[in-house]
Design a protein around this ligand. Structure first.
Ligand code: NAD
Length: 273
């Protein structure tokens, strides 16, 4: 069957039978990606911090919505052993891991001369090292299966810098480099590895900043969005988590099998400057 027929023939449930881990998927982009993977037929292991009851409700809702198996693993990805255990426990529970989405991430904004050292360590640990540990644990089983899809959620800041974000920009550039290396190592083993590089994405995290910023600067919500948050984003709109989910599904689908080692901007033209 050619790729076109394969893709069209399974367009609704193109990932049926696959098992996916999405780190940092209790909110925002990770949850959007988990939802799209589940809608495409994958069993999904959610991970991240948050209220236990809310997380349980999310798992139930997602399982009812998708008809696939949804579970939760509360691994703290700041701890390297936990990142490995997330993969090992998934394989123990589901018998396999086919898709790994490294999404969990944090941010801290400060000039370099006062940048707190513990924030640097935490950002590097979560935004970069956790992906390495999870990939290391998943790579052998994917290689043995002859199939694997790794998607790293980097950022436009994996391609260009902004001031006052030294740790974040360093970690995101690092994960783009890690992506290329894993792509080369996995190329003959059926494993692809790609990075998605979003500009500003509409998540609760961003939404919550708007009213505060409007008050602090005495400007309207619309001015905050256009002139502060989206100043560098030429299309002046946020990406939606569903767009990132759909791109992740594409990369994991048969139609995406030739794409590996890429860093794909979803940034409304930001990095075209
Ligand atoms: P978010 O804060 O909504 O989600 C972050 C997720 O990571 C949450 O599920 C949180 O519980 C989890 N997390 C935090 N610490 C953790 C830990 N120690 N162990 C396990 N999980 C942990 O943020 P988001 O906006 O959805 O961002 C997700 C990813 O996308 C991040 O890597 C971020 O850098 C990247 N990104 C976001 C934007 C944006 O505009 N929102 C833009 C570019 C890139």
């Amino acid at each position: 069957m050619n790729v076109h027929a394969q893709f069209l023939g399974q367009s609704e449930r193109v990932l049926a039978g696959k098992v996916a881990i999405v780190t940092g998927s209790t909110s925002g982009i990770g949850l959007g990606i988990a939802r799209k993977l589940a809608e495409a037929g994958a069993d999904v292991v959610l991970n991240g911090l948050g209220d236990a009851n809310q997380i349980e409700r999310t798992c139930t809702e997602l399982a009812e919505h998708s008809g696939t198996r949804i579970s939760y693993n509360g691994a703290n990805l700041m701890v390297s052993a936990d990142a490995r255990a997330l993969v090992e426990q998934t394989i123990a529970a589901f018998g396999r891991v086919d898709i790994l989405v490294n999404n969990a991430g944090i941010q801290h904004v400060s000039p370099v001369e006062s940048f707190p050292e513990d924030k640097w360590d935490a950002i590097l640990a979560l935004n970069l090292s956790a992906a390495f540990h999870a990939i290391k644990a998943a790579y052998g089983p994917m290689k043995a299966a002859g199939w694997g899809r790794i998607v790293n959620i980097a950022s436009a800041h994996g391609l260009v810098a902004s001031p006052f974000k030294s740790a974040y920009v360093a970690a995101k550039h690092g994960i783009v480099g890690l992506t290329k290396t894993i792509a080369l190592e996995g190329a003959e083993h059926g494993i692809t590895c790609n990075a998605i590089c979003p500009g500003y994405v509409w998540t609760p995290l961003v939404e919550n900043q708007i009213d505060d910023t409007a008050r602090a600067r005495n400007i309207s919500r619309e001015q905050v969005i256009r002139d502060v948050l989206l100043a560098a984003q030429p299309n002046k709109r946020f990406a939606d988590v569903d767009e990132l989910g759909a791109l992740t599904v594409f990369l994991c689908s048969p139609a995406g099998q030739g794409m590996t080692g890429t860093a794909l901007p979803v940034d409304g033209g930001w990095t075209a400057h």
